[in-house]
Design a protein around this ligand. Structure first.
Ligand SMILES: Nc1ncnc2c1ncn2[C@@H]1O[C@H](COP(=O)(O)OP(=O)(O)OP(=O)(O)O)[C@@H](O)[C@H]1O
Ligand SMILES: [Mg+2]
Length: 334
């Protein structure tokens, strides 16, 4: 299957203003340190045509930063982002436009991502006109109307403003706007975490139906494993800007191997049944992304950590048919 997107060794840092204590004393004198947030630290993954790849991890682990770097909303420090095998250069405006059209984002908070002063027909219609997807006003409106129906909104609602919709309906507007570009890949950054649980399933089901109908690939970002359980094909688990485990969804759900993944699984709330995963407490807090730990970033919280984990970072290794784990002790029980 063709790879739609390849992210290779992505590193992203956010510069911070240096504070009064950010200096270094050395033989040659005092020099200022440039403090940075190490948001994404060498992340690699790929998404195949028609696949749903989920990036999962706690708040602050760098999921949105990966998404923003892919769509070039922020600059990467190093690494490569290949769309259908090619790296899009920021200098070539035509290929950049084509790239931007092909990869569409859906955001967590549908309210803040929609202009409150625009009617829905303009929210969905403006990018269609801008990218000349339809030649004239009437045909733009026709497409807006078709897209609204595709996402389950009546086209009579196109004269309304965003505040006249519910949260779930607003997310449908965001999806229609993304679809209007006829994209190959949709990046959905926590698309349902702001919605009521009852509405979450409707929106996820809608995305899955549209994926089939429009032959989309999806990068799904979530902090909640239960959200990705039914809809993803493969999963990458992130911790402090790194992927610590990745693989087929079924394999990861059946046999989570990294101690962090196992802890995340043991915390999934399950209503009817008891949680099949052993209860594991995560000790302490996530370290700051300004001062990354030595060795394995998880060692400060890991019940299995030993001296090796403190000294060296474990590579992501393939332990079984595309099931990757970055841990020296993945075979140990605890
Ligand atoms: N503009 C910014 N300037 C400085 N630091 C930032 C900026 N945006 C994000 N960060 C930091 O980068 C790290 C990764 O943030 P990011 O938003 O990518 O995480 P996330 O996994 O999407 O979290 P959440 O689940 O809360 O959305 C965090 O430590 C965050 O505080
Ligand atoms: Mg985020």
């Amino acid at each position: 299957m063709e790879k739609i997107l390849e992210v290779k060794n992505l590193v992203v840092e956010y510069p911070l203003k240096s504070g009064i204590l950010d200096f270094k004393v050395s033989k040659s004198g005092i020099s200022r340190l440039r403090p940075v947030v190490h948001a994404v630290n060498d992340v690699s993954f790929s998404i195949k045509q028609g696949e749903v790849f989920a990036l999962v991890g706690e708040s602050g682990c760098g999921k949105s930063t990966v998404a923003k770097a892919i769509v070039k909303l922020i600059d990467k420090k190093s690494g490569q982002i290949l769309f259908r095998g090619d790296e899009t250069s920021a200098e070539n405006q035509d290929s950049l436009n084509e790239f931007r059209r092909n990869i569409q984002m859906i955001f967590q908070d549908p309210y803040s991502s929609l202009n409150p002063r625009q009617k829905v027909k303009d929210i969905i219609g403006e990018p269609i006109a801008y990218h000349r997807i339809r030649p004239n006003k009437a045909s733009v409106l026709q497409l807006v109307s078709e897209l609204m129906e595709k996402v389950g909104l009546s086209n009579e609602m196109m004269e309304r403003y965003p505040h006249q919709f519910s949260g779930g309906q607003r997310q449908r507007i965001g999806i229609a706007r993304a679809l209007s570009m006829n994209p190959s890949l949709i990046i959905a950054d926590e698309p349902v975490s702001a919605l009521d649980v009852s509405i979450q399933a409707q929106i996820l089901n809608l995305l899955m139906d549209l994926k089939d109908e429009f032959n989309l690939s999806i990068l799904m970002i979530a902090h909640d494993l239960s959200v990705v359980k039914h809809i993803s094909d493969r999963i990458g688990i992130m911790y402090l800007g790194k992927i610590v485990e990745s693989g087929e969804k079924d394999q990861i759900f059946a046999e989570p191997k990294h101690p962090y993944t196992r802890a995340l699984f043991s915390a999934i709330p399950i209503i009817e049944d008891t949680n099949p995963y052993d209860p594991i407490e995560i000790i302490g807090e996530v370290p700051s992304a300004r001062m990354l730990p030595s060795g394995c970033f998880y060692h400060t919280r890991c019940p299995l950590a030993d001296e090796k984990c403190i000294a060296m970072h474990p590579e992501l290794v393939d332990i079984d048919d595309d099931h990757f784990v970055s841990c020296y002790h993945w075979q140990k029980q605890f």
